[in-house]
Design a binder for this molecule. Sequence first.
Ligand code: PLP
Length: 451
Amino acid sequence: MTLIHTEPEQRAVARTYELDRRHVFHSWSAQAELDPMVVTRAEGSYIWDGEGNRLLDFSSQLVNTNIGHQHPYVVEAIAHQARTLATVAPQHANDQRSEAARLICERTPGDLNRVFFTNGGADANEHAVRMARLTTGRPKVLTRYRSYHGGTQTAINLTGDPRRWPNDNADSGVVHFFGPYLYRSHFAAQSEAEECGRALAHLEQVIELEGPQTVAAVLLEAIPGTAGIMLPPPGYLAGVRELCDRYGILLIVDEVMTGFGRTGAWFVCGDEGVVPDLLTFAKGVNSGYVPLGGVAIGDRIADHFAHRPYPGGLTYSGHPLACAAAVAAITVMERDGIIGNARRVGTEVIGPELARLAERHPGVGEVRGRGVFWAVELVSDRRTRQPVAPTGGSSPVMAEAVRTAKQLGLLPFANSNRIHLVPPCTLTEAEAREGLAVLDQVLHRVDALVD
Ligand code: PLP
């Protein structure tokens, strides 16, 4: 649907674009090659571009807007807080910060009873690792290949995908291991159970060869997100917990992308009965309306710092606008059954329809996911599973898939050879069907290109 714009509106959009190209330095990009879409407004599951085209937002703006765009209850809470107390330093207590911390602790599993607030996911992982190293006195952290933990220095070292390469420094103390990924098994496994057992045996070997007494923590995404939405086989997370316990190593679970409803549960850990020592979050905690992240901290680590200062802090730790947005977002998620909706739409509509599309389209290698967290892996040959783009890279097929989707009114999240379908948790069944109908057409185009 294209809306007619007035001339002043068109001039404003042109100015936004021109100033962006002249003055804004964008993330992860060759600056001169960019052509950013101007976004003028958003509501629920939709955003509007500078030409007035409405797009169904199956990206949730970097897997962020779990409650959808411009939720009036949350927008009003931010406005109310701005009028009441717009900022306060972290050493003071504040009602919104206290309340947000309570709501988060009540929804995380086990004894994660305290929250250190950060500005986003990367600094949450930085602080979780710092806490683990200080508590154990050990230097190393083990993380997965095919993972993303953020763009700041320690977080990018922790990351296992190619975004690490240009930023890597040799003395980071991070050692990478292979996690389970049955479709492209590193362990020649034929079943989920085999993949799980062999992945755990591999991790144990890495721990033993690195020297358990040198390893502070294993850090992993509950479900790797940007690296491919590979659901861990049943028992994997519990197996990692058990290994950590056996070797006196802390477990940090990164739920920055998976937390707060994305998979149809508050947290994957809680869903799977696994209690990490530290859990990191961001994004869905307040749907990104104001930047916020944090570390939920288990009692053992909190106790370590009871009479010993924690050497770390941030000016905006627990910023009242961000925390007011979190209180409102969590309240609305609970009140309106938003997490149940994500689970239902995933189970009843997205999963079955993606399975049908996979049968019909030879360009689809595998579909996988849960809730509103799905990946469609595109291949040029189903038998060899040859991806249509390299890991961390792009290709004409992927560029055409994204271009076609946008032209037909769907904004997906694309990475390497995958289209990720990560809409808001508030997605209706009709919106899900609308997006999947567009995906069907995109996949026809992909089939024609890889044939
Ligand atoms: N961890 C995971 C799993 C993520 O997906 C991301 C961002 O996408 C981050 C950490 C980094 O979060 P931020 O960009 O807020 O620093």
